[in-house]
Design a protein around this ligand. Structure first.
Ligand code: DGT
Ligand code: CA
Ligand code: CA
Length: 598
């Protein structure tokens, strides 16, 4: 065991010591930790063992002192000769006393940043790190995790299966592992739930954790299964074909990794405590903590097994009972982030959240590329099947500019096609829209004279994502000033795991949208989820209407709408704050007003 790396990580390394935050001089222990760290790093490099030992010995001497050495040095006093601390090391101590660190230490850390992180894992000392490097070429956390996943660690002398599992756990989340988009994970989790539910005796299998809270990205899948004690559901779970590695298994809990790398945590409880377990396992952790504190104030104890007064269980069977016994109404999972929901619940001020069935239409959709002559109609039918009453076709404005013929003619052809479909189909109305590009300077790539023929215009940034904030903000503000601009689509342009959000003065964009009366989109494409919850809430708070859209490119894409609703609920949105919950007539009124056509 070599915990020094870990201790250092907390005390010295990750918080660079700056002289103005020091308690005037570094403690003996701080200097000793730096020396231990130097020794470990030298060992990983395969340095001379005497040199390595010299640093460890000096650390030991420092820990045994009855006075603070750095204080003495800071006072300009000469310390008496100390065992194992010669001129060279004393020089380093002086350096640490004045700067908080020494150059050798910094140089060693900088020369092998990956190895420094490996050393910080409890159980990985210099010798093991060196071994990993020599045998498997492992220099980074990511490489270590990969090797552990592939079962290569257990083959190493002195490591074994237990160590491999330990390293897999220790590196989880530490390597900037990607969180996956909600819509990619939910279907997998639901399939697993169905599999579990099929097992005779199982009462329920429920998705919990961040999935149930509809977070935009998911770290791992949490499932809660209820069954009477005698049911062998755990063995059934471990037989699930897509399981690659079993990290942990017991009679009431198991953690596995699926073929695609996703982790699944399963908890099995008695049906009698389903509600309490579900509250616990749904989280978030922050919500749970605040809830437990509330229980404590009432002299109660809340756990995954129930709400207790002394040994008496007051509630456990359903979530509603647990919340009720705490003096609260049931709180929707999407709100459970400790963002004021418990106080709002207590005051009876929880929002009346938007529901999936509230959406009447979608204002941003494309004709599938290569969809043939029936593509428009297919989209209309798919939207109708998804329960929508209207759908705006907002093809990319590029279709006007490419090919032959004047732009107006091409636009008129599209409008005629839509009119024909509207005459033919009942129960769904296609609206005439366009997705226009917001050019670098904020102009739109289609003139107002053409946009005037449309019902609505969706503006998007397609290029120049990296403009500095003032320029990007100006660009969007200018775009929104256009008379026929209706919706700013995916305003932040982030792509989960691929592209961060635009640098923007977001409040300025929201303010402009509110003044102009145009709306901001909550795009429900799995990788977008843009606006995301907190921004969406901010926009709502400042009087901006939100348009929830699947940005569909095929009929199946309407399945993404519930995830958009999930985000909207996380943003505390009510039905009235979402434009496309309005009837077609109400929408028409809104569009005429915002475009100055009223
Ligand atoms: P994720 O997996 O990163 O997307 O986020 P969650 O929220 O699913 O987190 P996860 O999988 O670590 O844990 C699932 C739930 O279990 C979490 O939402 C609340 C509960 N939980 C986990 N650890 C703790 C804890 O230390 N304290 C409390 N009170 N609850 C916890
Ligand atoms: Ca989770
Ligand atoms: Ca988990």
């Amino acid at each position: 065991m070599s915990p020094s790396g870990l201790r250092l990580k907390k005390t010295v390394v990750d918080t660079p010591v700056q002289s103005h935050v020091l308690a005037r001089w570094p403690a003996n222990e701080t200097i000793a930790l730096i020396f231990d760290d130097i020794a470990e790093l030298l060992a990983v490099q395969g340095a001379n063992p005497f040199r390595i030992r010299a640093y460890h010995n000096a650390a030991r001497t420092l820990r045994g002192l009855t006075f603070e050495l750095a204080k003495l040095i800071a006072q300009g006093k000469q310390p008496a000769k100390l065992r194992g601390i010669g001129k060279d090391l004393l020089g380093k101590i002086q350096e640490i006393t004045t700067t908080g660190d020494c150059a050798l230490h910094q140089r060693l850390r900088e020369s092998m940043p990956g190895l420094v992180q490996l050393l910080a894992i409890p159980g990985l000392g210099a010798r093991r790190v060196q071994h990993l490097y020599q045998e498997l070429g492992i220099q980074t956390l990511a490489q270590l995790r990969e090797a552990a996943r592939n079962g290569r660690i257990r083959q190493l002398r002195g490591f074994g299966e237990q160590m491999e599992t330990h390293l897999l756990k220790a590196t989880q989340g530490a390597v900037g592992e990607q969180r996956l988009p909600l819509a990619r994970v939910m279907p997998l989790a639901r399939r697993l739930c169905e599999y579990l539910q099929q097992f005779p005796g199982v009462r329920s299998a429920t998705v919990a954790g961040s999935l149930r809270r509809m977070r935009d990205t998911i770290g791992d899948i949490d499932l809660l299964v209820t069954a009477p004690p005698a049911i062998e559901v755990m063995a059934h779970f471990l037989r699930y074909p897509a399981i690659k590695t079993v990290l942990q298994q017991g009679s009431t809990r198991a953690s596995v990794i699926l073929d695609d790398g996703l982790q699944v945590d399963l908890r099995l409880v008695d049906p009698a405590v389903e509600g309490a377990a579900l509250v616990y396992f749904t989280g978030s952790k922050a919500h749970n903590i605040t809830l437990r504190l509330r229980a404590k104030k009432q002299d109660l104890k809340l756990s995954e097994y129930g709400l207790f007064k002394g040994r008496e269980c007051l509630a456990s069977a359903s979530e509603a009972q647990v919340y009720q016994a705490l003096g609260l109404p049931w709180i929707a999972p999407e709100l459970r982030e400790d963002r004021g929901e418990i106080l709002a619940a207590q005051k009876g001020q929880l929002p009346c959240l938007i529901e999936p069935g509230d959406l009447k239409g979608d204002l941003h959709a494309h004709t599938p590329p290569g969809g043939g002559p029936r593509a428009l109609e297919d989209m209309a039918l798919a939207a109708r099947a998804a329960g929508l009453e209207y759908l705006a076709i907002t093809d990319d404005s590029a279709f006007l500019q490419s090919g032959q013929g004047p732009e107006l003619e091409r636009l008129e052809q599209q409008i005629e096609r839509i009119d024909a479909i509207n005459r033919r189909l009942s129960g769904i109305t296609l609206l005439k829209g366009l997705e226009v590009e917001i050019l670098e300077d904020g102009r739109l790539d289609v003139p107002d004279s053409l946009l005037a023929h449309l019902d609505l215009v969706v503006g998007v940034v397609r290029k120049h994502f990296a403009l500095p904030s003032p320029q990007q903000t100006r660009r969007l503000l200018r775009a929104m000033e256009h008379q026929y601009f209706t919706v700013l689509a995916h305003p932040l342009c982030r792509l989960i795991n691929e592209r961060g959000p635009l640098a923007l003065d977001f409040p300025a964009v929201v303010k402009a949208a509110a003044q102009r009366g145009c709306c901001l989109e909550l795009n429900a494409q799995p990788q977008r989820m843009d606006l995301f919850d907190l921004q969406c809430q901010y926009a709502r708070d400042h009087g901006v209407l939100i348009s929830i859209s699947a940005d569909a490119r095929s009929g199946e894409d309407f399945d993404y709408l519930p995830y958009g609703i999930g985000q909207a609920r996380r943003a505390w949105l009510e039905k009235s704050q979402v434009l496309n919950t309005r009837s077609l007539t109400q929408l028409g009124d809104y569009l005429r007003t915002v475009h100055g056509k009223a």
